[in-house]
Unconditional design. Structure first.
Length: 223
């Protein structure tokens, strides 16, 4: 037996409305009986509270005891997270299960109560994800993502001490740049007070004599 439902479509152009209507009719063919279609021409960015057609749809469902609402595209609804969450809360308030003809991945089946619970759980999860994304954008972290692209970071007192210690252990300038994510000029500035560490290799490498020494050899007369 088909379940009684209403259809809520948001389309400003008549051609878009007709396309959505065809999708809905195909979706409802064996599952839902359509009692009424509500055509909302207000911009999708407007909150549900200020949509006459949407508010009329909620009243119609309450007055006629209809507990199934069919919309067109879930992905389009999710593009406006706050409006989507408002709709989920409104559906809970009037005791309606909401379905989408396209992209509906929520589950819960065709029974009203299990479907309402599934949509409610999805809404709670979606709200948590959106809150986390807002916090991550509002609070810059101290990690790599917070750095200015292409600009090497500077070192604090502890980092400077660690860099000098690593240089004394024999790390090359290039290795220091990679280890501490700094430029060669930064390393040079840090080592300006340590002239003994500015060479090609210092620290644990054995010290060499002041001048070049040729290897000893035995002179022969060529015969």
């Amino acid at each position: 037996m088909k379940r009684c439902s209403v259809v809520y479509l948001n389309a400003r152009r008549l051609s878009d409305f007709e396309d959505q209507k065809a999708i809905i009719e195909d979706f409802c063919k064996y599952k839902f009986e359509i009692a009424h279609i509500f055509h909302d021409t207000v911009s999708p960015a407007v909150v549900p509270e200020k949509r006459p057609a949407y508010q009329e749809m909620l009243r119609y469902c309450s007055q006629h005891g209809i507990d199934n609402v069919i919309c067109c595209n879930l992905a389009e609804c999710l593009k406006r997270p706050d409006n989507f969450l408002r709709k989920v809360r409104d559906m809970d308030a009037v005791g309606c299960a909401i379905y989408w003809a396209l992209g509906d991945c929520i589950g819960g089946g065709l029974e009203v109560q299990p479907r309402m619970e599934a949509v409610h759980s999805f809404g709670c999860y979606f709200e948590q994800v959106m809150d986390q994304m807002r916090r991550s954008h509002a609070e810059p972290s101290g990690g790599r993502a917070a750095r200015r692209p292409g600009r090497p970071c500077s070192l604090d007192e502890k980092g400077t001490a660690e860099l000098i210690a690593a240089r004394k252990q024999g790390k090359s300038i290039g290795e220091l740049c990679r280890m501490f994510s700094v430029s060669r000029s930064t390393v040079s500035k840090i080592l300006v007070d340590y002239p003994e560490l500015k060479g090609e290799w210092k620290g644990s490498r054995p010290a060499q004599g002041a001048g070049r020494q040729d290897p000893s050899c035995t002179k022969t007369d060529g015969r």
